[in-house]
Design a protein around this ligand. Structure first.
Ligand SMILES: CSC[C@H]1O[C@H](OP(=O)(O)O)[C@H](O)[C@@H]1O
Length: 363
């Protein structure tokens, strides 16, 4: 199948006319650009679990649209029956994946719409849920662009940047988080030289980041995960940008498996390591990285996927954590849409949320 300019596609959207969630099937990229039209809760749950839609912000947007579509189908003529059915649908979607906090952040935000409008009719509440799901998506575009601007303020044109996994447009509503500075920089002639870790076992770096950046005309070089050290040692990397799935109140950050190793390498080579984190991905209820639930995924993702034949002996034990936690003391700065947090994160993240509250009040 011919590759297209994936940057021209919407990662996740609501088709109002047909009451369906529309996503790119990211398990088929880069060889096939297949759109999925999802109506049922099972289809949406499965799309999140299988990473057909993936990336913390994109999962949040998909869940917000998904729970709206569920609410639209609830047959209830009173609030209590409606809320009971809503809660069941919310708990079901919340069970799809445990680590990315945006899934829960978005579902909680949608539930707040229901709780805050108990005096309204079911029909009015469903309309408010529609508007909230659309707002969550639109806000994500602004959040990513803002992270891109703050990220650009930290780097010079022409530098080498390494990134891990995919925290790009395919992980968000647009621009991405870790790739937002790169996409914005491309629009402004920054000419970054990007090294994309392939990111085993699901190859989000090879299949998605390299594809996104190549489509956008960015100078991108694909490397195996075990090559990050040599490109840093060669002096080809001046900054690392990664995304995140859950940041704890002390700045410990959960991200795709392998990220903590990249952070240790960056520290060793004296390279700044930046985590790009929407405030929707910062969990101030989570004290440290030790409190973050790390998703374990099927062994077959390690032993079978991408190979013509199984690449390991039948029955061998496999450990397949989808994420790891980078200790806060390995992180140079956490870039949010309300500014750049520097250590000590236990204080600076509070300041970021204070800025967010102030901005809301001034709206
Ligand atoms: C902008 S969040 C992207 C974040 O999510 C990815 O995980 P997955 O592909 O399993 O959804 C990865 O950790 C990225 O950094």
């Amino acid at each position: 199948m011919e590759e297209k300019n994936i940057m021209t596609y919407e990662t996740v959207s609501l088709d109002d006319e047909n009451s369906q969630l529309v996503i790119i099937d990211q398990t088929r990229l880069p060889y096939e650009t297949k759109m999925l039209y999802l109506k049922t809760q099972k289809e949406i749950w499965t799309a999140i679990y299988l990473l057909q839609v993936r990336g913390a912000p994109a999962i949040g947007v998909a869940a917000a649209i998904g729970i709206y579509l569920a609410a639209k189908e609830i047959k209830a003529d009173n609030y209590d029956d409606f809320y009971k059915a809503f809660k069941e649908a919310k708990d079901y979607l919340a069970s799809a994946r445990p680590t990315a906090v945006n899934l829960f952040w978005a579902l909680d935000r949608m539930e707040k719409v229901v709780l805050d409008n108990a005096d309204k009719s079911v029909e009015e509440i469903v309309k408010l849920l529609h508007d909230e799901a659309v707002a969550i998506k639109e806000e994500d575009i602004w959040v990513c662009k803002s992270i891109g601007e703050y990220g650009l303020s930290l780097v010079e044109p022409g530098i080498g940047i390494l990134t891990h996994c995919n925290a790009g447009q395919l992980a968000t509503a647009k621009y991405g988080t870790a790739l937002a500075p790169i996409h914005l920089g491309q629009e402004r002639g920054y000419n970054f030289k990007v090294f994309a870790d392939e990111t085993r076992p699901l190859l989000q770096g090879a299949r998605l980041t390299a594809y996104e950046l190549h489509s956008a005309g960015v100078d991108v070089t694909l490397i195996c995960d075990n090559m990050a050290s040599i490109v840093m040692k060669n002096g080809w990397v001046q900054a690392v940008f990664v995304g995140c799935d859950r940041v704890a109140a002390n700045g410990d950050a959960a991200n795709k498996i392998g990220t903590s190793g990249v952070a240790i390498l960056a520290k060793h080579y004296g390279i700044p390591f930046y985590v790009c984190a929407p405030t929707s991905t910062i969990d101030m209820e989570c004290a440290t990285g030790d409190d973050i639930h790390i998703e374990q995924r099927p062994a077959e993702e390690v032993t079978e996927m991408w190979y013509k034949e199984r690449m390991a002996p039948k029955g061998v034990k496999v450990y397949n954590p989808a994420f790891d936690v980078t200790d806060h003391d390995l992180i140079t700065a956490i870039i949010t849409e309300y500014g750049i947090a520097k250590p000590p994160y236990s204080e600076s993240l509070k300041e970021i949320f204070a800025k967010k509250e102030a901005a809301k009040k001034n709206k």
